[in-house]
Design a protein around this ligand. Sequence first.
Ligand SMILES: [Zn+2]
Length: 85
Amino acid sequence: MTDPRDQGCLCQACGDRYKVDLMLPDELWARISGGKNLLCGRCIMTAMEGLGSFAALFIRTEVESAEELRMRHIRRALDDTPMPA
Ligand SMILES: [Zn+2]
């Protein structure tokens, strides 16, 4: 059985493992992601604070299965992979 501490995603900014994935609008993600595909909530909030403007965001509760989450991350990584010349 998998140790629960080993579950989740690895943040590409701080290296921490996280289990709550925040979905941002593409436009906001492009401004804060720094070209990374996976960021933990703490790094997302730090990056958004760095934008310097006041914002109020609403969080919707929408649960996604682990498999749906995995497939979405794969699609995002493929979308960001440059096509060979
Ligand atoms: Zn992080």
